[in-house]
Design a protein around this ligand. Structure first.
Ligand code: 13P
Length: 282
């Protein structure tokens, strides 16, 4: 199956209350591990390319490789720019055949976020791609005590309807106590806020910052209305741990060591499909 926009799968996930993961990949080893898991679990998946990596010269070739590997499967796979840094970057990734893009204007004033998101939506929809935007701001876990833990950056439910109507965005990332990377302190998710926002708009809602949350927190967020969960740091850390452990063995080869990336993706993604309810959806 060729790469597809995740729009239809997300509509189904919202209706049936499960979540489709976005896993950021950085190379072929990670992508192969992700494929092992998504094929075994028959789980629709979004492959994320994080904005700074999308800016590297090899991104076009990486996208072509992911296209080719998706053709070898019969499970829906989307290729999405994660945290698109500018309108221009989103347009460039659409020209590389990305099937979905996130434009991240969450640090901008509302009017500017709306205007830029609208431009991305217009270009993306012209080629059948979906667009995610962020309203409110999901910060970093190492600043959790002073930001997310204090409700700073939380999505204002009163601006959600206007944002969705004026931008035409397909998926909306919201801030409700989630944060990127490892949390400093205990993460507390405001699931009432999620449910309230779900009640106001029909677009599927997105939670960034999956690392550090418990299975129970994932299930609670999905029950409250989250339909897409972004996840990266724990997989990257597991890959690094695997490689360090293998490299410490005197006779380990380059192949043994780099296989630690594939193994980490295969294990983590496979387990998370079960928690998110994505397994057997294709
Ligand atoms: P984590 O690294 O916290 O899992 O978050 C990833 C993410 O949200 C990517 O957009």
């Amino acid at each position: 199956m060729t790469l597809v926009s995740i729009k239809n799968e997300m509509t189904k996930a919202r209706r049936e209350r499960y979540a489709i993961p976005l896993f950021d990949v950085f190379d072929m080893q990670g992508m192969e591990g992700l494929l092992d898991a998504l094929i075994a679990k028959r789980a629709p998946t979004i492959v994320g390319i994080y904005s700074p990596f999308a800016a590297l010269p090899n991104c076009h070739a990486l996208a072509a490789y992911i296209h080719s590997r998706a053709d070898d499967t019969d499970v829906p796979i989307s290729l999405m720019l994660d945290h698109g840094a500018s309108v221009e970057q989103c347009l460039e990734m659409l020209s590389f055949g990305f099937t979905d893009v996130m434009y991240d204007g969450s640090k901008l004033p509302l009017e500017e976020n709306i205007a830029n998101t609208r431009q991305v939506v217009s270009a993306a929809h012209a080629v059948g791609a979906g667009v995610e935007a962020e309203l409110g701001h999901v910060g970093m876990g190492d600043q959790y005590d002073s930001l997310g833990g204090q409700r700073i950056g939380f999505t204002d439910p009163d601006s959600v309807v206007r944002f969705v109507e004026e931008t035409g965005v397909d998926f909306l990332a919201i801030a409700f106590g989630n944060a990127h990377g490892l949390y400093k302190g205990e993460p507390h998710l405001d699931l009432e806020l999620v449910a309230e926002i779900r009640g106001r708009v029909t677009v599927p809602l997105v939670m960034h910052g999956g690392t550090g949350l418990s299975d129970e927190q994932f299930r609670g967020a999905i029950a409250a209305g989250i339909s897409k969960i972004n996840f990266a740091t724990s997989i990257m850390n597991a890959a690094a741990d695997n490689m360090r452990a293998t490299a410490a063995k005197p006779d380990s080869t380059m192949f043994d060591i780099s296989d630690g990336i594939r193994a980490a993706y295969s294990k983590w993604c496979g387990d998370l499909y079960e928690v998110f309810g994505t397994a057997s959806r294709s």
